[in-house]
Design a protein around this ligand. Structure first.
Ligand code: NDP
Length: 339
């Protein structure tokens, strides 16, 4: 059995869907109330591969909200993740994806040091961040969507916002290794980590966002920001492809500019309907078929019986592992979202 640990994007979002999630008493409550909510299994899932194989899974709502980080309720945030992991393990789930901020919190606050959660000794090999599949899917989105828009990678500049992150660094490795992209702009706040990445890649220009945006043909957004940034679409090139892989979204602006194309990053579409209700709650356009690539990774590991933490730790994703997960992604009928 596979599992997914997820969370909602904001307090407002949580309040609006509390009823559907099975928490009617939370609909009018503030952040403190959510801080004390225990994890819950809120969905049972059946997925059928295009090969005909069927697997079963569960969705664990951690009750974490990004506002907990923004208001420095760190203890509540970390407790949410570790409790959700223990909950998944207690329910016999073999491989669980840590969606959205779950893996970021796990890494940033060294939660691998907390192995004992009440009577549960966490077995970390039962969890995956799902980031290898997410990075693979975003790279395929870059390649396929740019071709559709007539942007030639060999003449294009790609800006990666969040380049030094787990997903961002994997994307930069793939773009450097597997494409002939003309320019790569590396964006993040910590300059030392940017220098290390640049040295590893042997290429890439370190840039600030404001400098990069007017020069980029493609912008890949994979920064771990609790709130999206406002950008002025008029500073962008036309055509320009913006692939927003953040959860919550990195882009706060609703862009309506004919030459600027925004794509939901790190989202896959399955070839067959999935039996679940949770993707309606996170506002997917086609909730029966579309999902986060990190969640799909735990499904792929279950389909293949790869009971291992396929994606784990930080900045260790190789192009070979992206290929490996990419092959089984295609085999089971997942494809990158392109519209
Ligand atoms: P990491 O924490 O590993 O990396 C985050 C990156 O963002 C770092 O390079 C960090 O560098 C940079 N960053 C953070 N804040 C800012 C800022 N204000 N301006 C510029 N750069 C910034 O995160 P992950 O790689 O694990 O995840 C990245 C995003 O992808 C998250 O939003 C996450 O929720 C989302 N995600 C999406 C999935 C999907 O299936 N679609 C799956 C998993 C994650 P620095 O701190 O130096 O600025």
């Amino acid at each position: 059995m596979f599992g997914l640990i997820g969370h909602l994007t904001s307090l407002e979002h949580a309040q609006s869907v509390a009823k559907e999630l099975g928490y009617p008493e939370y609909a009018d409550q503030g952040l403190d109330f959510w801080c004390s909510a225990p994890p819950q299994i809120v969905d049972d899932i059946t997925v059928t591969s295009v090969t005909g194989q069927k697997i079963w899974g569960k969705y664990v709502e951690s009750c974490f909200l990004p506002e907990m980080l923004a208001t420095r309720r760190i203890k509540a945030a970390t407790r949410k993740i570790i409790n959700a992991m223990a909950h998944a393990q207690k329910h016999g789930i073999n491989i669980t994806a840590l969606g959205g901020f779950s893996s970021i919190i796990f890494e940033n606050f060294n939660l691998n040091q907390i192995q004992q959660v009440r009577n549960v000794t966490l077995e970390f090999e039962r969890f995956t961040t799902g980031n290898t599949h997410t990075a693979y899917i975003i790279c395929r989105q870059v390649e396929q969507a740019s071709a559709k828009l007539g942007i030639e990678l060999s003449k294009a500049a790609i800006a990666v916002c969040g380049a030094t992150g787990d997903i961002g660094s994997a994307i930069c490795r793939w773009l450097s290794d597997r494409t002939d992209v003309a320019d790569l702009y590396l964006i993040a706040r910590n300059q030392e980590r940017l220098q290390e990445l640049q040295a590893e890649l042997g290429r890439g220009k370190m840039m600030g966002l404001e400098e990069a945006l007017p020069q980029a043909d493609i912008v890949v957004w994979v920064a771990s920001m609790p709130k999206g940034v406002e950008i002025d679409p008029l500073v962008l090139k036309q055509p320009c492809l913006l692939i927003d892989g953040g959860y919550p979204k990195n882009l706060a602006t609703q862009i309506q500019c004919s030459g600027v194309h925004v794509l939901n990053g790190g989202i896959v579409e399955h070839s067959l309907d999935i039996d679940w209700k949770i993707m309606r709650i996170v506002n997917m356009d086609v909730p029966a078929r579309q999902l986060f690539a990190c969640f799909a990774e735990s499904m792929l590991l279950e389909f293949e019986n790869w009971y291992t933490n396929f994606s784990w730790g930080r900045n260790r994703i190789t192009v070979e592992k992206m290929d490996q997960i990419g092959q089984v992604s295609v085999k089971h009928g997942f494809r990158p979202l392109l519209v």
